[in-house]
Design a protein around this ligand. Structure first.
Ligand SMILES: Cc1ncc(COP(=O)(O)O)c(C=O)c1O
Length: 446
């Protein structure tokens, strides 16, 4: 019997399999290989209350799982827009006007709301133009291969998995991929200097989803321009949180939440910025800030614009209402968010706990002293009413296993104090790495 499944891709040999004693359960090498690869994560998922959880109820940033209430530090709703009464109340009028879902592909037709969003995001980030698509993942998978064509991609060694996957698609269409060291513009410069291919695309993150730090965009932009390369930056976690600096800013995050390029006072020359509304704006939409020429090309060449279903009207509504709230109250919310984050970072400093976060931005990764203790530490946090993201192997390398704390403007000081008390208990138990023991091996991946 022939099969069109290419099992060689899964590194499994089907030739040397011994006769199967019990024919009732046929071998399934493709799934067995993957089960083996993700065994640690899979067993954690099956047994740990902080994995694959069913959330029964929310009350502010408290969540109920079964009969237990926990303070949520795993949400990416940085500005608290998911709970904002003004935004919630704005939705029904949009549903009345447009129905629940514009079920055309964007090429076929888009409600005017899309034009409004593209105009407003263009004005906010200060780019030449912008295109919106349902998610950043859609953008990476379709746009990276188009921008790279059959040229060379220079990929940040620790780029987010969705960027990496976009580069894999590009590779399958003829692009070459080279990796440069994380946060190392000099290494990128070296690779570009040695490269003869004239088509060069650099792909990297803005605010890193695990370290919470931003790359030195000025240095990377300078390298890109010097070598005639295009710099493609995914600022999923920075958009809405950080923005342009100004003397009257309410916090070190800057003003307006208009993302990493503006935060570093850079222009968009040779830069394409990707951002999403699914984190700080609590919606389901993403954008690409780019020249109009690129936008026009993507409208006929990027498959999600041509073939994918669009975002629901409620998501378009919450983006538009989110712009209004961001304009009027965003900087106050960022001030509160920066304050809550500082409260945790000060506590970690007092406790001499290591974290890669040096920025003060609201993503705080806390690595464990012993990676095999992830389940126990997770249970300890859970039992004390603290909900975080477990950074288990293989999501991160074994020496970087730990947990990620994210703050949002909807968290309260009381919730943060409860978190800090539990962190002190973990220190007493010797579970966390000491900052005074020296720097971490490197930043953890997103
Ligand atoms: C850096 C980064 N890029 C992309 C994504 C995926 O975004 P989306 O849900 O819009 O596809 C995430 C989600 O966690 C992310 O952290």
């Amino acid at each position: 019997m022939s099969s069109n499944l290419d099992l060689s891709a899964f590194h499994v040999s089907t030739r040397s399999v011994a006769p199967t004693p019990a024919p009732t359960q046929p071998r399934r090498p493709w799934i067995e290989h993957w089960i083996d690869t993700v065994r640690d994560l899979s067993s954690l998922k099956a047994t740990h209350p902080m994995m694959d959880a069913v959330i029964d109820e929310v009350d502010g940033r408290m969540i109920r799982i079964g009969d237990r209430w926990l303070a949520d530090f795993a949400s990416c709703n940085y500005l608290g827009f998911d709970l904002d009464r003004e935004i919630i109340d704005a939705v029904p009028a949009y549903l009345d006007a447009w129905g629940t879902h514009p079920s055309w592909s964007r090429l076929l037709g888009s409600p005017r709301l899309y034009e409004d969003i593209e105009e407003r995001v263009t004005e906010l980030v200060g780019s030449e133009d912008a295109l919106v698509l349902p998610t950043i993942t859609h953008i990476h998978m379709s746009v990276i291969p188009l921008l790279a064509a059959s040229g060379t991609i220079f990929l940040d060694q620790r780029a987010h998995k969705t960027i990496y996957d976009g580069c894999q698609v590009a590779r399958s269409r003829g692009a070459a991929v080279r990796r440069f060291r994380f946060e190392d513009p000099d290494h990128l410069d070296e690779l570009l200097r040695a490269e003869r291919d004239p088509t060069r695309l650099i792909c990297m993150d803005g605010v890193n989803s695990m370290t919470g730090n931003a790359p030195d965009i000025r240095a990377f932009a300078a390298v890109a321009r010097e070598h005639g390369a295009l710099l493609y930056v995914d600022d999923a976690h920075g958009f809405g949180v950080i923005g342009e600096r100004a003397p009257d800013e309410t916090s070190i995050y800057g003003k307006r939440g208009n993302s990493v390029v503006r935060h570093f006072d850079e222009s968009y020359e040779n830069i394409i910025l990707v951002g999403g509304f699914s984190k700080a704006y609590s919606s389901l939409l993403a954008f690409l800030a780019c020249p109009t020429e690129v936008k026009d090309l993507l409208k006929v060449a990027a498959p999600p614009y041509l073939y994918s279903g669009p975002s629901p009207v409620a998501s378009l509504a919450t983006v538009l209402a989110g712009f209004d709230v961001n304009e009027r109250r965003g900087d106050e919310l960022r001030r509160a968010l920066a304050g809550l984050t500082r409260r945790v970072l000060d506590c970690l400093e007092r406790l001499d706990v290591a974290t890669p976060n040096t920025s003060g931005f609201p993503i705080i990764e806390i690595p464990l002293r012993d990676h095999t203790r992830i389940a126990e530490v997770g249970n300890f946090l859970y039992d004390r009413g603290i909900y975080v993201t477990l950074a288990a192997y293989p999501l991160v390398p074994k020496d970087e296993v730990g947990f990620r704390v994210q703050l949002t403007a909807a968290n309260t000081e009381a919730e943060v104090d409860a978190l800090n008390a539990v962190l002190a208990e973990l220190v007493d138990r010797g579970e966390l790495r000491r900052a005074s023991e020296g720097p971490l091996h490197g930043a953890v991946i997103g």
